[in-house]
Design a protein around this ligand. Sequence first.
Ligand code: AMP
Ligand code: FE
Ligand code: FE
Ligand code: ZN
Length: 295
Amino acid sequence: MTSRRIDLHLHSTCSDGVESPTRVMKVAKEQRLDVVSLTDHDTTAGWDEARAACARLGMTFVPGIEFSASLDGDSVHLLGYLVDPDFPDLVEESHKTKDDRVWRFESMVEKINADIAGLTHDFVYSFHTEGGTLGRPTIARALVELGVVATVSEAFDEILAPDNERYFVGHYAPTIERAIEVVVAAGGVPVFAHPWTADRASLASPELSDAAIDAKFGALVDLGLAGLEVHHEENTMFGRTRLAAIAEHYDLIITGSSDYHGDGMKPVLPGQHTTAPDMFDRIAESGTGSAIAWA
Ligand code: AMP
Ligand code: FE
Ligand code: FE
Ligand code: ZN
């Protein structure tokens, strides 16, 4: 095979994406991908459907999950590849996060609805797919439909931004240290998702020296962190350079991915960023909790 095209970060209606696992895999195939992972937030519910779609389409399927986590009070994400989906601590942590999201979602909707008429409980829930993640993407779609904002991204930049104290509410998530521990214990390969974005990266805090940032990553590596998602649309250009250097220093796996959430959501397509084959091989060699379905 010529160089494999590999995208290890895709979302479906099993979390906050807007396309079914089957549809997501069809779009990935259209973008000429060879290896894909479904990494829904805090759930593995889409694996079976995605695996079957990949088998039909001739793509290699890598089981994955994207854990919500907290780092110094900020919301961060941890990708876990090849985890055992039935590992008790993994199931427990993801259920706790999912449960707390219901309260958090309804709190945010209530606060926004006090200012913006029309964002009623029933209206917002009409954008929710049964079994999916209740989150800001759902609220964003409702705000677009109401004409309050033009795009989902605009809603994220303003009304739903974490620094908008009038509306933003947080939710339970394990610390990143705990999330790494759980992924490792579940036989998985933990990769820090989009670690250096403009609005949600305390590791990249301007108050910290380079040495302090390196040391923070080092502490996570000591716990078992195996990789960094360097090539991601939301990492700053400066961040990508710094992350690549940190990955080299600690001999970490470097990944790249689209974080596709479906048509009309983030302005990316599957395969927009990709993972190098030698880096994927390292993931494939070290995960033991579930099996890759090879094409
Ligand atoms: P929440 O989990 O409810 O705090 O919302 C964060 C989720 O929204 C993450 O999964 C992000 O990937 C997603 N997200 C962030 N920006 C956008 C955007 N512009 N379009 C769609 N989803 C987004
Ligand atoms: Fe998401
Ligand atoms: Fe994420
Ligand atoms: Zn994601």
